[in-house]
Structure formats: structure tokens, C-alpha cells
Design a protein around this ligand. Structure first.
Ligand code: ADP
Ligand code: MG
Length: 617
């Protein structure tokens, strides 16, 4: 508990004791007023002060005003104990709220624990401990077992296993060998490794995640905006209703003023909207926090709300539904040796970060000599054009060969084909194949079960490959041989066709699909190691690259929305009933206080459920 909360707790206890004492002391008239005023002043001075300050600022109608008016009114009608009690319980509710908000902030802060505190940099053969911000890209750092990896980089010596749970929610450690990428924020478990950093701290995975989560609550959902607007109108209406209730009946019937004023005051206490005003944002906050603990970073409540209504899910193929790690199954040169063709392909692909490029380079097995390349062009959806040893070489699909005017031959075998040509002379092709991710199929099944009616795969790859993946996963439709702008057109068409009220989610690995990510209702980028542009454009970022996390995200979003709805219905329902009873004179101040604070406490407790991590299927 924070110091402030502790102080408030002490204040509540002392006021409660003073209230009890005031009750027991037999007194009358002004003396009685004074002895009740002591606990009232102690427990309520800040509410009175805030109410007065807000009136001066012109923002009259808030909960401070309601509480001040109700309790001062109760004093005026001689209900001293009630006045103190209302204030006391109001403060109990406030304290509870602060603790709940603090707790959910801390749970997100548990994720914030990923912030590394130091880096052991090796400079001139000497190891020094400095802050991660001071390490440049390309430096070598030593990460000992038990230490948090401070910066993104590549292992240059040693091998170990790494705990990624804080980022991905995945509890099984990941084995990392020399040459593998490691991500900042994860923990080195078993042995020391040397890492060559690939970015500075400000651009590392850790800083990007922290930034994302910290900014998430700024993007409000429709429900939150509704509640804020609702409270703005609701409070003045209630005050007017309470005033009418206190004034009109006695005027009409003549007399009975105290009783009706009392009913008006009760009305004020019950109608305080704090349960809604706090619990709805708290539920979203919890939902975002719970999701981030599962490795799903949601950039705002609006995205969470939209995710819950998913109807169409569009997937990119390579690297999203499939591993994106191709194995070379055949090399067919026209007039050079197989090795030579593979080496040339690897060289042409040297600068590309496309999964195909990485697979070809690793199949060739060497490090391409980049000095032989004088220029390089990535043609999204087609392939690569590079100037190698002064001659233009292209590597890519059939579309690219047509662009180059090369006469190519297409193999009859299944697989993705990378054709090569020098100028317009065809050099042959390499057949590569990719495996579907192990959990893709289960993910599609679960999404269907969650009511996503239309699962679509878009790909730049050939129809035959697309069809194979599509049928093995049970997708509803596939579109193949698309260039990036055709993918955007497809998504636009699907957006126009989707069921009203449902949303379209696009899931991509971030390699050349930033435009589609931005265009869809919700863009989900997979693998936080993907490109920065994709993480920028996405609304949701998955820390790992499992398609099943999409389904988990939908489930978490639905749970959050369910909690929000429960709170709204519950709070409005209870208040409505108590308000009606109060108008009829069937309640008293005590019932009102319990209705108000009790509802707030229950709603907050319910909101906290959003933070829990569900069992992963
Ligand atoms: P997907 O839609 O499956 O993610 P992309 O749009 O990234 O695929 O690429 C579509 C096609 O373009 C690939 O199937 C491949 O034929 C070709 N291609 C793209 N980049 C490269 C590359 N670096 N090398 C060779 N071929 C490429
Ligand atoms: Mg792709």
C-alpha cells in the first residue's frame, strides 16, 4: 500500500472511532452538531474543498459536488450521523478504488519489469557495466546467466536457453545458439553469451513495448467515451430530479418538508456515478494488462473493443500461417552448376530480409560478399533486382521473369519457385518449400468456433501453393499471386462485404504488409522482431508468431467486454431500483450509502478479473 493510501486508511479508522464516540456522548443542540462535525471535517474536508474548487472553475457537477451537497444537506436537516457516515463510506470506496487501480498498474509494471538495468559492454577487451542507453549498435555485450538481455542482438559466442515468458507468456525456455537473434527484455538462463547489438536501447524491443503499453490507455473505446459523456449529463439531471423531489411534493401536498428533503438527499447519494466512471476504464485497463501478460500488446481500448467483434480474419501466408523457413528441395540451372546457381541466388538476396531470402542464404551456407553488389531493389510481391558484378540479376516469381522479358520454364512440382535471370537471359530456378506452422490449424478451428465466419488467406505466392495451404488449414477462401497493392484492394473488398457490426482483422508478419495492416479495422503484426513500420501501423502486436494468439486475443477481448457490460447493467440496475425506492420513501441514508459504495466495490472487483491470465489451450 502506498503512503497516501495508508494515511487515508488511518483517517478512515480515526473518523469511524470519532463517529462512534459522538454517537455515545449524550448531547443536544449545538453541542451535538459540534461533536459530529469533528469526524465529518476530518473525513470530508478534501471532498468539500474539491467541490468548492470545481464550482469556482465552473465544473460543478461531479461526485465531489454530489457528496458535499448530500452531506451538508443532511447536516442541515439534523441527520448528523448519516452525514458523517455517507462521507466515511464514500472515502472507503475511494480508497478501495485507488488500491485497485494501483494494483492493475503494478501488474502491468510486472511486465515493465522487462526494463533492463545494466549492460556489460566489452570495450577494448575489458568488460564494464554501464546503462543500456549508453551502448551503441554493433557493440559486443556479455550477458551472464540470470541476467536480463539489455539490447536486441545476435549471439556471437556461446549458446544458452532464454526465458521469454515476460514478453510472450510462453513458459518453455527457448534454446538460442550462436548466430541466433536474441531479444531485449528476455532472461538468459543457463550460460554466458556474447551478443553483438543490432540497435540502440531507444529502438530496442523493450523500449518499443514499454512505449506501447504506456500509451495504450490514451486511446479510448466507444464504451469509455460513452460513460464520460453519460456522466456529464447524468449528474446534473440527478441534481435537478433530487431538487424537484425535495420541493414539488411538499408544495403540492402542503407540508412534510423535512421528509421530502431527506428523500432528495438520499437520491443524491445513490445516484453518484462513480461505480461506472471508474470500473469501465479499469476493466479495459485490466484487459490490456492481462493481454500483455500473454504476449499480446493491444495499443488501445478501442482495438480491444473492435477485436471482440471479429467477423473476418485475413491472414498473410508466408511467415504468418507458414513458418517462413523454406527448405530448398531442388535447384535446376539451365547452363551452370547447381552450386553456382544457389550461390548467385544467395548473393542476389544478400540485402533482403524476406523469409525466402534468409532461407536461400542459409541453404547456400556462406556469408554473401556484399561488395560484389552495387545496387539492390526489393520489388514487393515479385522478388529482388540487384546489380551483381556489374550485371543486373533478378530473383523472384514468374511475374518478375515476365517483367524482365526472360523466357522461364515452370516446374510441375509443388512448392514456391524462385526463378533467376541475368538481364533477360533465364538462368534456372530453385524450388523451395515451407511448412505450415504447427498451431495454425488449431488456431483456424478456434477462430471458427469463436464465430469468425470468414477466414481468408492472401498471398503473393502461386495458386498451387496457396491452395495446398488453404485446404490443409480449412480456410474459407484464398487469393494468390497478389502484389502488395492488390492485397490492399482485396481487404477493401472484404471490408465492404463484411457483416454489419463485425470487424475485419488482418494478421501479417510485417514483411511488406504495413499498408494492409493500416487499412483493416484491426491490424495484427506478428513477432515483435518484425519490421518497425509494421509495429507502427499495427493496432495489436503479438510478441511471438503463433496464429493461436489471435484467437486468444479475441477471447480476452470478449471477456473484457463481458465484464464491462456486467458492470454497466449491474450498477445501473441496482441504482435504478434504489432510486425508485428512495423516491417512494422506502429507504434511508444507510441503504443509499451501501448501495453506492457497495456497487462501486463490486464493480471494481469484477473489473479486476479482466487482468487474469486465462489457461492457455
Ligand atoms: P506472402 O503474401 O506469402 O507473404 P510476399 O508478398 O512476401 O508473400 O511475396 C510474394 C512472392 O513474391 C513470393 O512468393 C515470391 O515468389 C516473391 N518474392 C518476394 N520477395 C522475394 C525475394 N526476396 N526473393 C525471391 N522471391 C521473392
Ligand atoms: Mg509476407
Amino acid at each position: 500500500m502506498t503512503r497516501r493510501n495508508k494515511k487515508n486508511l488511518i483517517r478512515i479508522v480515526v473518523s469511524a472511532v470519532l463517529l462512534a464516540a459522538a454517537w455515545l456522548i449524550p448531547a443536544d443542540g449545538v453541542i451535538k452538531l459540534l461533536i459530529f462535525f469533528v469526524p465529518y471535517g476530518l473525513i470530508g474536508w478534501d471532498v468539500l474543498w474539491n467541490a468548492a474548487r470545481n464550482i469556482v472553475r465552473g465544473q460543478v457537477f461531479d461526485e465531489n459536488f454530489l457528496m458535499a451537497l448530500a452531506t451538508v444537506g443532511a447536516f442541515a436537516t439534523g441527520d448528523y450521523p448519516e452525514a458523517v457516515a455517507v462521507m466515511l463510506f464514500y472515502q472507503v470506496g475511494e480508497l478501495f478504488q485507488k488500491i485497485a487501480v494501483g494494483k492493475s498498474r503494478r501488474s502491468i509494471a510486472a511486465l515493465m519489469d522487462i526494463r533492463p538495468d545494466h549492460a556489460n559492454v566489452i570495450r577494448g577487451g575489458e568488460e564494464t557495466e554501464i546503462s543500456p542507453e549508453e551502448v551503441a549498435a554493433g557493440e559486443t555485450i556479455l550477458v551472464k546467466p540470470g541476467e536480463r538481455i539489455p539490447l536486441d542482438g545476435v549471439i556471437i559466442s556461446g549458446s544458452t536457453s532464454v526465458d521469454t515468458a515476460a514478453l510472450t507468456g510462453e513458459s518453455v525456455p527457448r534454446a538460442c545458439l550462436e548466430g541466433d537473434q536474441v531479444v531485449s527484455g528476455t532472461v538468459n538462463l543457463t550460460s554466458p553469451i556474447q551478443v553483438r547489438t543490432t540497435s540502440v536501447y531507444g529502438e530496442s524491443t523493450v523500449s518499443r513495448i514499454l512505449e506501447l503499453v504506456e500509451n495504450a490507455s490514451a486511446k479510448k473505446s466507444r464504451s469509455e467515451r460513452f460513460i464520460t459523456r453519460f456522466a456529464r449529463w447524468y449528474t446534473p439531471c440527478v441534481v435537478v430530479a433530487a431538487a424537484l423531489l425535495a420541493v414539488v411534493p411538499p408544495l403540492v401536498t402542503g407540508g412534510g418538508w423535512t421528509d421530502w428533503i431527506h428523500r432528495g438527499l438520499i437520491f443524491l447519494v445513490v445516484s453518484c456515478p462513480c461505480a461506472l466512471v471508474i470500473s469501465v476504464p479499469l476493466s479495459f485497463f485490466g484487459g490490456i494488462g492481462g493481454a500483455s501478460r500473454c504476449g499480446i500488446l493491444v495499443k488501445g481500448s478501442n482495438s480491444l473493443e473492435a477485436l471482440a467483434k471479429v467477423g473476418t480474419v485475413v491472414f498473410d501466408k508466408t511467415g504468418t500461417l507458414t513458418e517462413g523457413r523454406f527448405s530448398v528441395s531442388e535447384v535446376r540451372p539451365t547452363d551452370m552448376s547447381e552450386e553456382e546457381l544457389l550461390a548467385l541466388a544467395a548473393l542476389t538476396e544478400a540485402y533482403s530480409n524476406h523469409p525466402i531470402a534468409e532461407s536461400i542464404i542459409s541453404a547456400w551456407g556462406g556469408t554473401p560478399d556484399k561488395s560484389r553488389i552495387s545496387s539492390e531493389d526489393e520489388l514487393p510481391g515479385l522478388g529482388i533486382r540487384a546489380v551483381v558484378d556489374g550485371e543486373t540479376v533478378c530473383a523472384g516469381n514468374a511475374g518478375l521473369m515476365e517483367l524482365c522479358g526472360a523466357e522461364y520454364t515452370s516446374p510441375d512440382r509443388a512448392g514456391t519457385v524462385v526463378h533467376l535471370c541475368r538481364g533477360s537471359r533465364y538462368l534456372g530456378h530453385i524450388i523451395i518449400s515451407d511448412a505450415v506452422k504447427p498451431d495454425s490449424k488449431a488456431a483456424m478451428y478456434e477462430l471458427h468456433a469463436l464465430g469468425a465466419k470468414n477466414l481468408v488467406m492472401l498471398t503473393g505466392d502461386s495458386v498451387s501453393v496457396a491452395r495446398e495451404v488453404g485446404t490443409s488449414l480449412g480456410l474459407d477462401s484464398i487469393r494468390a499471386e497478389l502484389l502488395p497493392d492488390q492485397k490492399v484492394a482485396c481487404v477493401e473488398e472484404l471490408l465492404a462485404r463484411k457483416a454489419p457490426g463485425s470487424t475485419l482483422v488482418f494478421v501479417g508478419d510485417g514483411i511488406n504488409d504495413a499498408p494492409v495492416l493500416a487499412r483493416s479495422d484491426i491490424g495484427i503484426a506478428m513477432g515483435a522482431l518484425g519490421s518497425d513500420a509494421a509495429i507502427e501501423a499495427a493496432d495489436v502486436v503479438l510478441m511471438d508468431d503463433k496464429p493461436s494468439k489471435v484467437a486468444l486475443g479475441v477471447r480476452l477481448a470478449r471477456r473484457t467486454m463481458r465484464i464491462v457490460r456486467q458492470n454497466i447493467v449491474f450498477a445501473l440496475g441496482v441504482k435504478g431500483v434504489v432510486l425508485a425506492l428512495s423516491a417512494l420513501g422506502l429507504t434511508n441514508m444507510w441503504v443509499a450509502v451501501f448501495a453506492d459504495v457497495g456497487v462501486a466495490v463490486i464493480a471494481i472487483l469484477n473489473a479486476m478479473r479482466a487482468l487474469r491470465i486465462p489457461k492457455q489451450k
